[in-house]
Design a protein around this ligand. Structure first.
Ligand code: HEM
Length: 359
């Protein structure tokens, strides 16, 4: 056995061991999603098998290190993928900085609470991957894989991700961004209608995706309307008291965990919170009031496996929304800026010490 093969094996074993230590013991693998969710033309389950065979290994290895120091970053990465996909499709447009033509998608109000560190993690992963494989992997694919590992390494299901997305050339306008990211003040009925129209997602997808709130934090302005001037009557009294302690005013600059039972573990406790009337946003709590979603909430609260299965199906649908493939878009050399115009490109360039090929 060659020394590089054996060192790869040792690395793989360390990674599996670390994965086990970091994630809870009830991790499950959800398979067979391809039977429920058709694959979009141009995407493939083995897209980088030849061009970057260690891609998933590289991402997992880096995220294990990052989450070991700060598991909260997992929530930031999961939300980043959601905000990427819902606006203009999963094309990495949320990663782009603003330009002379105007403020970027990143600057739209719902994106201001995305974590700066999440953007950095994606671009750092991109640098490592492009150094090892050349500029073949898109920022949007890296974001999708990072979100998958964020779920898995927080205790959630492991699942395969279809790959082959290309990065968009433009970011969305403020209007398009606002029209596609529902506010936390929305009713469940409004969200179910909006996601059916804009994203072709069904009520089970909506309830399952909302389960992303089993990890992470939210700031007072996102739920302060449920406390002031009048307390939302559907909210549990003790929970309201606790939240008022964190947020003495509607707009206090403070935050709280979204799932008070197990804040950093990806599990089904979010649905138990909803049944206990301890959901944070109107858009969360109302899922347990609205007739089309209430029974789904209950079914996930009593059956974590069912939640994981439906979550993976919904994530796979979300991850394929309006993707660019083939010759569309580009493979960005830096996730936060568009590549220079193609005419200005040479066959290969060296940027920040990384060897790039022209695509
Ligand atoms: C369905 C409509 C949704 C609404 C209205 C919504 C709204 C929000 C809001 C307001 C925050 C907190 C922002 C802040 O105050 O810092 C948040 C956080 C979060 N959301 Fe959602 N969200 C939705 C769907 C989703 C989906 C589909 C996912 C992923 C599958 C997701 C994952 C997260 C995560 C992980 C956080 C915590 C982020 C962190 O800790 O940095 N959300 N969401």
């Amino acid at each position: 056995m060659g020394s590089s093969t054996s060192s790869n094996l040792v690395l793989m074993m360390i990674m599996i061991l670390l994965s086990c230590v970091l994630s809870s013991s009830n991790n499950v693998e959800v398979e067979g999603v391809e039977k429920s969710v058709p694959l979009k033309d141009g995407l493939s389950w083995q897209f980088y098998a030849k061009s970057c065979p260690n891609l998933e290994f590289i991402i997992r290895e880096q995220l294990i290190k990052i989450f070991k120091d700060d598991i909260a970053q997992a929530a930031g990465l999961l939300r980043l993928h959601f905000h990427d996909c819902f606006v203009q499709g999963c094309d990495g447009s949320v990663l782009l900085d603003g330009s002379a033509s105007g403020p970027s998608e990143k600057n739209a109000p719902p994106n201001l609470t995305l974590r700066a560190k999440a953007f950095k993690i994606i671009n750092d992963l991109r640098a490592i991957i492009h150094q090892k494989c050349g500029r073949v992997v898109s920022c949007s694919d890296i974001t999708a894989l990072a979100a998958r590992d964020a779920v898995f390494l927080s205790g959630g299901p492991i699942y395969a991700v279809p790959l082959g997305r290309r990065d968009g050339l433009e970011f969305a306008t403020l209007e398009v961004t606002l029209a596609n990211l529902p506010p936390p003040t929305s009713s469940a009925s409004a969200i179910v209608d909006q996601l059916a129209t804009n994203q072709k997602l069904d009520p089970t997808d909506v309830v399952a995706l909302s389960g992303g709130h089993t990890i992470g934090i939210a700031h007072c302005p996102s739920f302060g309307d449920r406390l002031y001037p009048n307390q939302d009557s559907t909210m549990d009294q003790n929970f309201a008291k606790k939240l008022k302690g964190v947020c003495p005013k509607k707009d206090t600059d403070a935050f709280t965990f979204q799932d008070i039972l197990t804040p950093n573990i990806f599990d089904n406790k979010y649905y138990i919170d909803l049944m206990n009337r301890q959901g944070l946003f109107t858009s969360d709590q109302d899922l347990f009031t609205f007739s089309k979603t209430k029974e789904i909430v209950k079914s996930f609260a009593i059956n974590q496996w069912l939640f994981f299965e439906k979550f993976v199906i919904a994530m796979t649908k979300m991850g394929q929304l309006n993707v660019l493939t083939g010759n569309q878009g580009e493979i960005r050399a830096n996730c936060s800026v568009r590549n220079p115009q193609k005419t200005a490109f040479l066959a290969s360039v060296v940027e920040n010490g990384e060897i790039m090929t022209n695509f």
